[in-house]
Design a protein around this ligand. Structure first.
Ligand code: ATP
Ligand code: PH2
Length: 297
């Protein structure tokens, strides 16, 4: 991603350092933060919630810089990088902490920002869970080519894909049975960017939307982004994207394949984080049959 938001030389006078006197004597620090994220949606819509507010990032930086003294500027840089990557839109971040007046037993040139600094670059790396479904056309061929398209998506790496399951349609008008599967991967992409990629793959397989829960050549749903077991999953509620997928935890056609792809999977429900294995053990799975063998990866 080449779009960037940059904050240059956020100035904070505070106490950090290995030496005893640095912990009680304030000195100057300067912080540079460069965030890689897709700015096209913000540029097109002029809406702040489509980007990352530089003011929020600057406030986070000052809060972290003014915490009780730590020894290392590396610690501060790492914490600021983590705070940026906790924001859904951030794909990667570079943080530099300058300590121009550091006591190093030497003189640094005057003028400009001289003296020691550390820089760290960290990339977003969230777990993503994608549900696949098809009940029109050549279901197996469509799902196979959809997995290939997911594999070729820059910024998304598939880790496991479940077996195929043949499932009875849930909701909607009478329609043919589905093949369902679930792919588990890792991604640096913002969730909205991922959803756009899924919609593009669906469109490429002739997906149309006329009737709610109607038959479809291909359905790709974003089930979860991040890990509820570590409380790092994204919880979003907008018209275009809700996370976790609001109906996933009640759907055997999602949970059974998901468990196949990741036996330790955890899903966020209204009652908190739950093991998918526990939910599957408690639900009626009689409409879910093992489908034909495939090796999608
Ligand atoms: N987590 C999500 N994954 C996929 N689409 C979502 C999600 N949250 C919201 N949406 C929105 O839902 C809209 C309808 O999606 P879609 O046509 O795939 O629904 P569906 O698969 O028929 O039903 P369901 O949402 O119950 O699975 C999409 O245009 C999309 O913007
Ligand atoms: N068996 C089955 N039923 C469904 C499915 C699906 O993928 N499989 N998808 C739906 C909307 O996403 C609605 N109902």
């Amino acid at each position: 991603m080449t779009d960037r938001i940059a904050l240059t030389q956020v100035a904070v006078t505070t106490c950090h350092g290995v030496l005893k006197h640095e912990k009680v004597t304030p000195q100057r620090f300067f912080v540079d933060i460069t965030i890689e994220c897709d700015l096209s949606r913000a540029g097109e819509s002029d809406q702040l919630d489509r980007t990352i507010s530089y003011a929020d990032v600057a406030q986070d930086a000052v809060r972290i810089m003014t915490q009780p003294p730590v020894d290392l500027i590396e610690t501060l840089a790492e914490q600021m990088a983590a705070a940026v990557l906790a924001r859904p839109a951030a794909e990667a971040v570079e943080v530099t902490v300058h300590k121009p007046d550091a006591p190093a037993g030497v003189d640094f040139a005057t003028g400009g920002l001289t003296g020691p600094s550390v820089s760290v670059r960290r990339e977003q790396d969230r777990q993503v869970v994608i549900a696949l479904g098809a009940n029109l056309g050549d279901r197996l061929a469509t799902l196979q080519s959809a997995v290939r398209s997911l594999e070729r998506t820059p910024g998304l790496e598939l880790v496991a894909v479940s077996g195929l399951f043949e499932t009875t349609p849930v909701g909607g008008p009478p329609q043919p049975d589905y093949y369902n599967a679930v792919a588990v991967g890792r991604s640096r992409l913002a969730p909205w960017t991922l959803l756009e990629r899924l919609h593009a793959i669906e469109a490429g397989r002739g997906r149309t939307r006329e009737i709610r829960w109607g038959a479809r050549t291909l359905d790709l749903d974003l089930i979860q982004v991040g890990d509820p077991a570590a409380d790092t999953d994204l919880v979003l509620d907008t018209d275009e994207l809700q996370l976790p997928h609001p109906r996933a935890a009640q759907r055997a056609f999602v949970l059974v394949p998901w468990l196949g792809a990741d036996p330790l999977a955890v899903v966020r429900t209204t009652d908190g984080a739950e093991k998918v294995a526990t939910l599957v053990a408690e639900m009626d799975c009689s409409d879910i049959q093992v489908g034909p063998a495939w090796s999608p990866l």
